[in-house]
Write a protein that binds this ligand. Structure first.
Ligand SMILES: CC(=O)N[C@H]1[C@@H](OP(=O)(O)OP(=O)(O)OC[C@H]2O[C@@H](n3ccc(=O)[nH]c3=O)[C@H](O)[C@@H]2O)O[C@H](CO)[C@@H](O)[C@@H]1O[C@H](C)C(=O)N[C@@H](C)C(=O)N[C@H](CCC(=O)O)C(=O)O
Ligand SMILES: Nc1ncnc2c1ncn2[C@@H]1O[C@H](COP(=O)(O)OP(=O)(O)OP(=O)(O)O)[C@@H](O)[C@H]1O
Length: 518
């Protein structure tokens, strides 16, 4: 899978550095005469010759410290703040000065990559859970409507049929605009973009105005980045302002939905599942009714204003997947598509066609226990996924999970309690320890589960390769194992080193070794 795409047209899309400085009214050090830039980046790791290197003051280093490296890699100029200019004064690169390089990055990148010219239809999805799912479902339905599509998600980025590796949920603004430029070359007409709270706080979607922004829900997560839930909630709100989106679609399935509606300054349409998930919420413009839940799909009716409705299927389990699919459809309606035309396209294919990697993905075959690998890493995600798995499990539900190291520690006890409450057997293991001691993380999880449910069967097994084998040994025909956390990921982060690792492959191997698969 290639990474960090830029346009392929090379110098034909080059822009004059002098013109950039004059258009944005920026001061500079050194001559800009005759310098042309073909791209922008804030990371030497992603540098292409001809790039403008943006030196951002980071949490650990000032990016300007890498100006020499950038020049050697082919950067033709540096854009940075006064501190960065001082650091990089010996680099020999001409310098453009700004107050905040991160805040300038989006608009500068949009100008360099000309992303506002012939822009595709842009959809943004935000919320604690369901961003990736809704984005993939949007992409799937748009494809079913015959469009060439783009996707920017935690799992992967797609340019039509080309897949590009993802490192962050939402890429830095320079990478985002490069991606959009590449999509324009591939004649992409509509793009689904996952927008994290961190992306909004760190200027990653600057220089973009989305046609439609969708809100899934808000629940406990990321309290390492935000002081409390209120600060986390406030971080989501800029997406529902006129400088970021034209219209919004807001789910009222979590109590925060109503508050997003109240705070937004763009026209907003609402949607919620009925009977409601959250009591006491206002009626929504659109409602989603679950009609049938099968192991292969969830069927739902989406009803909206003026008696409009459609019935379709999403190829995933759980009410929340129907909620995500319905949100995607209403976002498309708000983006100008006719509901009837969407319904027809879906009917022709027997429902929504989409593959969501590592989202309650069944990796087992016809024999033995069902094994699902999921990306859920918050109490609310555990709650919903466990409920969905339970519905199709005649026997025991075994929950296998660990918690992220160096990430929100406050959610761990609640994750453990929810995991115990929704399962028959708990297997606690390691996830990405990062720089934390994995044993200490496991202890927090085990203690919280034991305290809340003293009688619960709990196993502590490390490493995860052994844990999945232990879970499989505990399971039989008719039982299910939900392995929550790793989802689509193909590595484990141990002390800052990303070791190749696939939970889906480990689970398949464990099933084979137990004689449940070929
Ligand atoms: C807290 C945070 O967001 N940090 C991001 C930030 O890192 P930083 O401030 O520590 O950067 P730094 O290491 O001090 O380096 C400063 C600058 O020098 C550059 N540099 C550094 C070293 C070098 O050799 N060459 C080089 O060019 C860096 O690219 C950076 O521009 O800038 C980096 C460069 O873009 C990001 O990779 C990094 O994201 C880290 C990996 C991260 O984990 N972010 C998380 C919190 C995040 O953003 N998560 C959200 C939500 C996920 C979810 O929904 O679950 C996301 O959207 O992914
Ligand atoms: N609408 C929803 N409500 C509650 N939980 C959901 C919803 N949609 C998905 N989930 C659950 O949340 C977990 C993560 O799903 P998904 O990857 O789509 O969310 P995300 O917002 O992209 O997460 P992240 O920000 O970590 O990338 C999965 O376990 C999934 O089952």
């Amino acid at each position: 899978m290639p990474g960090s795409p830029g346009p392929t047209t090379g110098t034909s899309s080059a822009r004059s550095l002098g013109q950039l400085a004059s258009e944005f009214g920026l001061e500079h050090i050194g001559s800009l005469d005759g310098i042309e830039i073909t791209g922008v980046t804030l990371s030497t790791g992603d540098l292409h010759p001809g790039d403008l290197y943006v030196g951002v003051p980071g949490a650990h280093r000032h990016g300007a410290e890498f100006a020499d490296q950038a020049r050697e890699g082919g950067a033709v100029a540096l854009l940075t703040d006064a501190a960065g200019a001082e650091i990089a004064k010996e680099s020999g690169l001409p310098v453009i000065l700004v107050d905040s390089p991160r805040a300038a990055l989006g608009d500068v990148s949009a100008w360099v990559y000309r992303t506002n010219e012939h822009a595709p239809l842009l959809f943004a999805v935000t919320g604690t859970n369901g961003k990736t799912s809704t984005s993939y479902l949007l992409e799937g339905i748009l494809k079913q409507m015959g469009l060439v599509t783009g996707l920017s998600s935690t799992a992967e980025r797609h340019i039509g049929d080309l897949t590009v590796v993802s490192r962050l949920t939402t890429p830095e603004a320079s990478e985002m605009h490069a991606l959009l430029a590449r999509m324009r070359e591939s004649e992409v007409r509509a793009v689904a973009v996952e927008v994290s709270a961190q992306a909004l706080s760190r200027n990653r979607v600057d220089g973009l105005v989305f046609d439609v922004a969708g809100f899934t829900n808000l629940s406990h997560d990321h309290l390492d980045d935000y002081a409390d839930m209120e600060e986390y909630f406030q971080a989501k709100l800029p997406l529902f302002q006129p400088d970021r989106a034209v219209r919004g679609v807001v789910s009222l399935d979590s109590p925060y939905g109503q508050r997003v509606v109240e705070a937004s300054r763009i026209p907003v349409t609402t949607i919620k599942v009925v009977p409601p998930i959250t009591e006491g919420t206002d009626d929504a413009d659109w409602s989603v009714e679950i009609l049938d839940e099968q192991a292969a799909y969830t069927e739902f009716r989406l009803s909206g204003p003026e008696g409009r409705s459609l019935v379709t299927r999403v190829p995933m389990i759980g009410w929340h997947m129907a909620a995500d699919a319905a949100l995607a459809i209403v976002m498309m309606v708000e983006g100008g598509f006719e509901l009837e035309a969407i319904g027809q396209a879906l009917d022709e294919d027997g429902g929504i066609v989409a593959y969501l990697p590592g989202r309650t993905e069944r990796v087992s075959g016809d024999r033995g226990p069902s094994v699902f690998v999921d990306f859920g890493h918050s109490p609310d995600a555990f709650l919903n996924t466990l409920k969905a798995v339970r519905r199709f499990t005649p026997g025991k539900v075994i929950m296998l999970f660990g918690a992220d190291g160096d990430r929100d520690t406050t959610k761990r006890p609640e994750m453990a309690r929810v995991a115990a409450a929704g399962s028959d057997i708990l297997v606690v293991t390691d996830h990405h320890p990062r720089f934390e001691d994995p044993e200490t993380i496991r202890k927090t999880l085990v203690d919280a589960a034991r305290e809340a449910y003293p009688e619960h069967e709990i196993h502590e097994v490390s490493p995860p390769e052994a844990a999945i084998r232990a879970a499989v040994a505990l399971a039989g025909e008719g039982d299910s194992i939900l392995w929550a956390g790793p989802g689509h990921q193909d590595y484990r982060d141990i002390r800052g080193v990303r070791t190749p690792y696939s939970a889906r492959e480990e689970a398949r191997a464990a099933l084979r070794e137990a004689g449940w698969a070929e």
